[in-house]
Design a protein. Structure first.
Length: 377
């Protein structure tokens, strides 16, 4: 290896070529003998707005992609190779890293855009040329930019380039075979976006949209079935009378002593109601159920009486009139006489209801079919 060759290490410009060897004689600037000097040589031209700046950066980038080899010996007889599409792509990546580097914060935007546009023209020419070359002579075409076949072969064994593919095809088929080019989409300050990258972005966008649609559908179905389950549960509760008897019996202490001496009730006249009660003759052999206020748990709904008025604390309680006599048949039922004024406290699913007979001041359950509204009496 020549003593002039040096190994590129920790390059900020040609990152893809770290650990490769470079011959400084192939560089346009003298005294470039280290990676730092090589990077600085490219960056130092960033403030130059002339065409020379573009040519020098282009040359340095081309050297990054062609003149650097991972080998035991440094190739010293290289010249600027042809500009193929792969070379352009590598160059643009390196150029983008250079211009976006912290060392290039002062690069003028106009100069940067000018450099990108000028280089893009050259790269477009490379991609549209069937021979994948720009301003290359016959030797360049035959040897992929190298001065002889040996160097070209050495390069192609270590690099995948369109030129090497063309050379291989020409050797095998003896005819020039064009290679499909990948168009370059160049946005200043952003870098290279190939057709494949654009397709990838489109797939990602559609993937995100599909995921969001699935998420919305999942939330909709979850809310729908949850609401349906809630409605079915309420419907079952409305049409189920399993708890009717339990609800009716839960208001009363149960079973009542039905001996005749316990059936005669000491009447408790509400002070707010005058002349509303009437004496009821009780036969000792008649099994009537008289339940006083003291026998009803404190959790029972309490009705407030005002003369000829009722304050509804239970949302829907109403006064009805008994249209038939009703004789109690169980401990929780209340006696009705035709014409008694009845306050309905709660209705059950079996056509019975918890009522208070305001005429006799008794409370219990009775069939609601025995009652009607006052206006229909």
């Amino acid at each position: 290896m020549s003593t002039d060759c040096f190994e590129i290490k920790n390059s900020s410009i040609c990152k893809n070529f770290n650990n490769h060897f470079l011959d400084p004689k192939s560089l346009p600037t003298a005294n470039v003998t280290s990676t730092t000097l090589f990077d600085n040589d490219i960056v130092s031209q960033s403030s130059d707005s002339s065409l020379n700046f573009i040519n020098r950066v282009l040359l340095s980038a081309a050297l990054c992609s062609f003149n650097v080899f991972k080998s035991d010996s440094c190739q010293q007889n290289l010249r600027l190779p042809q500009l193929c599409s792969d070379t352009c792509n590598i160059f643009l990546k390196n150029l983008n890293e250079t211009l976006l580097s912290t060392d290039c914060e002062n690069v003028n935007t106009v100069n940067r855009n000018f450099a990108f546009n000028a280089i893009k023209v050259a790269c477009d020419g490379a991609n549209s040329n069937s021979n994948c070359v720009v301003a290359a002579n016959d030797d360049d075409k035959n040897n992929c930019g190298f001065i002889n076949v040996e160097l070209s072969t050495s390069f192609c064994t270590k690099n995948n380039d369109n030129c090497c593919l063309l050379k291989s095809n020409d050797t095998n088929t003896s005819t020039s075979t064009s290679v499909k080019k990948t168009p370059i989409v160049l946005t200043p300050g952003i870098g290279i976006q190939s057709e494949g990258q654009n397709l990838t972005k489109i797939y990602v966008i559609f993937g995100i949209i599909g995921f969001l649609l699935l998420l919305v559908l999942f939330i909709f179905l979850f809310c729908f079935f949850k609401s349906r389950k809630y409605k079915l549960k309420n419907t079952n509760n409305i049409f189920s009378n399993k708890d009717s008897k339990r609800n009716r019996n839960s208001y009363f202490k149960g079973p009542v002593n039905l001996k005749s001496e316990n059936l005669i009730e000491k009447k408790q006249q509400n002070p707010n109601i005058s002349n509303r009660s009437r004496d009821i003759g009780v036969n000792e052999n008649t099994s009537l159920n008289r339940i006083t206020e003291s026998e009803i748990p404190s959790t029972v709904y309490n009705a407030d009486y005002i003369l000829n008025e009722y304050i509804d604390h239970n949302h829907g309680n109403q006064f009805l009139i008994a249209i038939h006599d009703f004789i109690p048949r169980s401990a929780d039922e209340v006696e009705l006489s035709k014409g008694d004024k009845i306050l309905v406290i709660e209705r059950y699913d079996d056509d019975f209801g918890l009522v208070e007979n305001t005429t006799t001041n008794l409370r219990g359950v009775c069939p609601l079919t025995f009652l009607t509204e006052e206006n229909y009496v």
